[in-house]
Design a protein around this ligand. Structure first.
Ligand code: ADP
Ligand code: MG
Length: 227
């Protein structure tokens, strides 16, 4: 999918503190890109990714996906857009402990107008593709970290999204499992998805065809000059 981000600003206000998490962030993403977002802790990476994934709203600025201004969607349209066209992967997997793996992966499909048979087939396909079909009836705590992240990726791809967002997807994994997750993301990218990933890892960044460096809420050209 193609994204246009224009003059995005995000301010968090608590009773005593005002934090400008993003300050005038603008960039475009071509269809089929693989982008890495990098920068020091607290610079606004997760805030940016959450806005791109429609999990949060900017304070001001514009965000267009395939030319459509997503701020103009109503709540139901927004949920359908998020569940039907965007896959989100988190550092800490964010699986629901009370649900088995199959039900976790089914979750985004509950918001889509698909037949029960189609939903079931998609869940089975996603589990098979991520190599966790034998764990369908298990609960998240019964799986290793690598398996949990593969289940989380299955949940992210079950709607066959054009956009995959990943916030430090290898951050809680050892090197071997991290590499496997990167190979899976790379495969999804080769199959046509646009991928935007936050990472601290130089190794993971080598999979990207472009790196966006954030510093203190702004995009910077050469981050080494700032640190
Ligand atoms: P990163 O992912 O790069 O580590 P974040 O996007 O999580 O950074 O945070 C950017 C800044 O915004 C930080 O100063 C953080 O403390 C602040 N922040 C993030 N989320 C919230 C929130 N919900 N309420 C208040 N401040 C927040
Ligand atoms: Mg973060």
């Amino acid at each position: 999918m193609e994204l246009q981000i224009k003059n995005l600003k995000k301010v968090f206000r608590t009773e005593s503190v005002m934090t400008v998490a993003l300050n005038d962030v603008s960039f475009s993403v071509d269809n089929g890109s693989f982008i890495a977002i990098m920068g020091p802790s607290g610079c606004g990476k997760s805030t940016l990714l959450n806005i791109l994934g429609l999990l949060d709203n900017p304070t001001s600025g514009k965000y267009l996906i395939d030319g459509e201004e997503v701020q103009n969607l109503n709540e139901a349209q927004r949920t359908r857009f998020r569940c039907g066209r965007i896959g989100f992967i988190f550092q800490s997997f964010n699986l629901i402990e009370e649900m088995n793996i199959r039900d976790n992966i089914m979750l985004p499909l509950n918001n889509l107008p698909l037949s029960a048979a189609d939903k079931k087939q998609r869940v089975e396909d996603a589990m098979k593709r991520m190599g966790i079909a034998h764990r369908a009836n298990h609960y998240p705590s019964q799986l290793s970290g690598g398996q949990q992240q593969r289940a989380a990726i299955a949940r992210a791809i079950v709607c066959r999204p054009g956009l995959i967002l990943a916030d430090e997807p290898t951050g809680n994994l050892d090197s071997k499992n991290g590499l496997e997750v990167m190979e899976l993301l790379s495969e999804l990218h080769r199959d046509g998805a646009t991928v935007i990933m936050v990472t601290h890892s130089q190794r993971d960044a080598t999979y990207a065809d472009r790196i966006i460096n954030l510093f203190d809420g702004s995009i910077v050209e050469n981050i080494n000059e700032k640190i």
